[in-house]
Ligand binder design. Sequence first.
Ligand code: ADP
Length: 634
Amino acid sequence: METKQFKAESQKLLDMMIHSIYTHKEIFLRELISNASDAIDKLYFKSLTDDKVGLNKQDFAIWISADKENNTLKITDNGIGMTAEELENNLGTIASSGSLKFKSENNLTEESQIIGQFGVGFYSAFMVAKKVTVISKAYGSDTAYKWESEGVDGYTISETEKESVGTEITLELIEDTEDEKYSEFLDTYRIKGLISKYSDYIRFPIKMEVTHSRPVEQTEEEKSAGKAPEYEEYTEVETLNSMIPLWKKSKSELKEEDYKHFYTEKFYDYNDPLKYSHVINEGMPSYNALLYIPSKAPFDFYSKEYEKGLQLYSNGVLIMEKCADLLPDYFGFVKGLVDSEDLSLNISREMLQHDRQLKVIAKSIEKTVSNELKDMIKNEREKYEEFWKAFGLQLKFGVYSDYGMNKDKLQDLLLFTSSNGKLVTLDEYVTAMSEEQKYIYYATGESIARIEQLPQTELVKDKGFEILYLTDNVDEFAIKTLMKYKEKEFRNVSADDLGIEDSKSEEEVKAKEEENADMLKDMAELIGEEKVAKVIISKRLKSHPVCLTSEGEITLEMEKVLNSMPGDQKVKAKRVLEINPEHEIFGKLQSVSDSGDKDKLAKYANLLYTQALLIEGMPVENPVEFSNMICELM
Ligand code: ADP
């Protein structure tokens, strides 16, 4: 018989697993049981609508049997089984389970970590077994198949006999060594321990024939002679798991560890969740939920590939792996599950979308998440800031999308870096505002360091007003969508009207502008109207000579963002070059302008414009010319 090779990725993983000095080899049992349970789930689900299955709920079970003589451990289920093709596809490659992909994209180097926390599934059997045999008969098929493998070398598939539908996996354990005792996995006590640790909640009974001993009944004579009793062995089938899903247990029964462990195992995260909440809702509809906020964003979170959703159970039976309707997009980071008795089991995907009960549950879950987050802001600030780093962007998108429909719900969850060096909420910002301060000021730029140096911030900072530093593309759009917070308008520090009473009064500036009208007009023309719409006397500059601002709705930052999006329509902010009349350079400009030397004025004007571009973090249109001009002037 031909031995087939594992697909390349599987080979890598197998190799990694077999050779890793991994201490949690024990998880193989959890993985195999969880596969068995999934397989039963599938057949059970079928049995609800299809009489041909011929099994009732109480018939489904997983069996464990240990054979010390032959050094084998067997896990049997009467689930849906696998066809030859499925054996080939499911056990010949691991690419589909996604864990390897995750590993490479996250550059995980800790091999043990991924094995320990992840559902690496079936392959983990090779951590303890030198040979794995899978005999399976698929539901609806007459033929059974045997899949055999001794690890990296490959596997074979052949026809075999098996009476009933289901799967039987036999592990021939690796021989014990000095450091590793594989045979311990044949110990009843050890097996029981593992099942209660990892698989207690599995919904189907995990059964095992257990051997006990008991004293042999003594005769009256033996008793009166005070003879020590003899013991005899007997076997009994025991169910090793409680079968109560975690979320149906009472909170007092559960420890933090239980919740965390359930999460890392079920949702394939190798980090503990940042926060979890166990909802037991007895109202209408009644439901139980486990909700988790991950501590890190999944690698694909901000991509189209990411699918939000919660697992949906109807009275303990999984009916949907990812029910998207249970979560709004902005809370798409939440992982977890919902179990409700008030949902019909045979509900189709389309019907589900219109299900009233489901909508009510979704609303209530949204509330729970929102309250959890608000609670974190108040009572676990550091944790919230960690959350914010991972998922804040999503909340800002949430404010901006759907025409700002959800902004009121989200505005109090936002954090911004403030000029005071901290992350602040809008409420904290507004509370700290002095009476004199009219607006909520913000400045945009590609980094905090860059924004801190923007000349436009000078006047506002000088007044001692706090500024929100916006560095994400979506920020300014979110702010524009909010428009106001607690009656306070947002104001870009580059805006024309900053609402600040200043030494440079309106009239003074007007007078200066009139006085230098010709020069300003000349400068604008000499720079070119495609570059600046106009040149004006600045009200906001203190020490810097120039800065670039914009007029109208589209700011320079928005121009950058919008133009980086796909599409041909390019927008352009109406740029304004502001000159500081207090700066030395201003006098120079005036004298050049008075002398009538247009050439020189052109050079000065263009130099200043380029300087402003540089400060703003925008590309210089002609670096060579800029450099030549500087040399010439020097
Ligand atoms: P995962 O469970 O993460 O998908 P595994 O490597 O554990 O990855 O299993 C791969 C696939 O093999 C499963 O998705 C399932 O389709 C199939 N499978 C594994 N064990 C069984 C079983 N006992 N009965 C039926 N199918 C199984």
